[in-house]
Write a protein that binds this ligand. Sequence first.
Ligand SMILES: *[C@@H]1O[C@H](CO)[C@@H](O)[C@H](O)[C@H]1NC(C)=O
Length: 342
Amino acid sequence: MKTLFYHVVAAAAPILILLGANTNGVGAQLDTLAKRAGKVYFGSAVDNPELGDLPYKTLLSNASEFGQLTAGNSLKWETVQPARGTYNFAGGDEILALAKQNRQLFRGHTCVWHSQLAPWVEAGRFSAKELTAIIEDHCSRLVGHCKGEIWDVVNEAFEDDGSYRKSVFYNTLGTQYFETALRAARKADPNTKLYLNDYNVEGINSKSDAYYTLIKSLIAKKVPIDGFGVQGHLIVGQVPTNIRENFQRFAGLGIDVAITELDIRMVLPVTPEKLEQQKRDYAAVIRACKAVKRCVGVTVWDYTDKYSWIPSVFKGEGAALPWDEKLQKKPAYDGIASAWLS
Ligand SMILES: *[C@@H]1O[C@H](CO)[C@@H](O)[C@H](O)[C@H]1NC(C)=O
């Protein structure tokens, strides 16, 4: 099979180049290639309003391109429990149903996070006992609602210097809230993969060191944890060089690693040179995941520049994703494909 495959690549390559098509050989899509490389999925985040865009939705629903979907916003606390005890799963259910229909995995995002948090959680001045009960209720409702899937149970719990983020959760409960949230999630569904998730933890640094120490201590206390989610909001030309080593040390703790929100942004305008660098950068990230057995999958934070969050948050930057605004594949797409194949 392997030999035949390479023969096909060799024979097809000149024709593909002639046509200016993608050079990933047999024209296989990204989830197919990820699975061939031994991974569980290649996926994309999606936000509900985008589902009204039919060409977008059609490509998102192609399970050989995307084997996994993440609800970009609709399961965040402010949306899913806007008032105490009032749950709203409408948006999350729409994406969950789409994933099921397409036979894609679903990643829940996220139970406990300081941002996009419903104001009542901070305004309530809850005691440790009350806030513990609130976290237990919230995480068990969310995870119980999307059974058998993957969850970012705690999101962005550290500052870049490796200190604990002074959220209402930390300020009220100290580090105990990790255990509370993870145990509630596990109780709600023993089959869900439970993750901690953060940004600026791709390489080895103070922040990823802090996660390493925390996860090690959680495991020692037999707190359920299945994986470390590395968001992967990166910058063209500035991809850390020790991603593989970082992933390897978390794998060494006996947990999975996943790249959960990958995008690689550039200063606009787009130039051919920047697109080529971006292609190399995507390839480098994919190769790091490919090289570590416990790196189970990669998710881009939406797949097209049309719906990227970058321009609204980083002024003058954008073009961070593998498909452009017109849903055309960029060189980054070939970078990903060829890295899975390499
Ligand atoms: C997914 O996309 C590829 C490439 O365009 C196409 O060949 C394949 O038929 C699509 N699959 C589905 C299920 O639409």
